[in-house]
Design a protein around this ligand. Structure first.
Ligand code: UTP
Length: 224
């Protein structure tokens, strides 16, 4: 299977969790040995948001705020790529074409952000579209997609499955803002919906969830 994994900065990098990064590297090695084709997109986590805040305070435009957040996400991507060792491409791709070239060399591309005005969800969706991925797995800091924001509402209910058509009903915002944080970026949803790429949104704090998703097991929230 061709799989894109969107690894939450909120999961592996807020603060940096070396044990978890090591576990993910092991799981990816295993999946690759099983014959799967893998690409990874790492988010910028709290440090990216911190830099967005700093840039804002300095009066820098949103493009520069994004630019700094991208640099942070690429630093984490580099850390993860180095942990994967020779399985990964050493250079962090700065375009979807570069990510595809890395795959052609039978290696795992590990990306951070690509360009201002988007989130790493959209980067993951763009990579998934370009390499014709079968599934996208978003390993995040929540158990899945809820009827409403579970951090704000205690009566929020996790959904096991939902359609791309129903997804906008549970997403709060539709316009990009630097540092925007929601369960799945609407820009990414648009691409994934058009290409009908199945998405798993699951807790990244349990790396074994990744294996369940690849096996098609019900974990987190499945969007199709
Ligand atoms: P994300 O929101 O994608 O990463 O990027 P995150 O904060 O780590 O999310 P989790 O924790 O992985 O779920 C952080 C910010 O970086 C900028 C955007 O402002 C985004 O909100 N960014 C990121 C870009 O401008 N372009 C990119 O390609 C990626």
């Amino acid at each position: 299977m061709r799989i894109v994994i969107r690894l939450g900065g909120s999961v592996v990098a807020t603060p940096v969790n070396t044990e978890l990064i090591g576990k993910y590297a092991e799981i990816l090695k295993r999946l690759k040995a099983e014959g799967h084709t893998l690409a990874v997109v790492v988010g910028g986590g709290a440090l990216a948001r911190e830099f967005i805040k700093i840039a804002k305070e300095l009066g820098l435009p949103e493009k520069d705020q994004d630019d700094l957040a991208i640099t942070v996400s690429r630093l984490y991507a580099k850390l993860f790529a180095k942990t994967l060792g020779e399985l990964a491409c050493e250079k962090i791709p700065t375009s979807v074409e570069e990510a595809a070239q890395c795959l052609e060399m039978d290696k795992i591309p590990v990306l951070g952000g690509l360009k201002p005005g988007m989130t790493t969800d959209t980067v993951a969706a763009m990579v998934a579209e370009h390499v014709k991925a079968d599934i996208l797995i978003k390993a995040t800091d929540q158990e899945g997609i809820y009827t409403k924001d579970p951090r704000k509402y205690s009566d929020a209910v996790k959904l096991d499955k939902l359609s791309f058509e129903d997804l906008p009903k549970v997403l709060a915002e539709n316009r990009h803002r630097a540092g925007i944080h929601q369960i799945l970026d609407p820009q990414a949803v648009k691409i994934l919906k058009a290409k009908r790429i199945k998405v798993w949104v699951l807790s990244g704090f349990k790396p074994e969830n990744l294996l369940l998703a690849v096996e098609g097991k019900p974990v987190g929230t499945i969007v199709e």
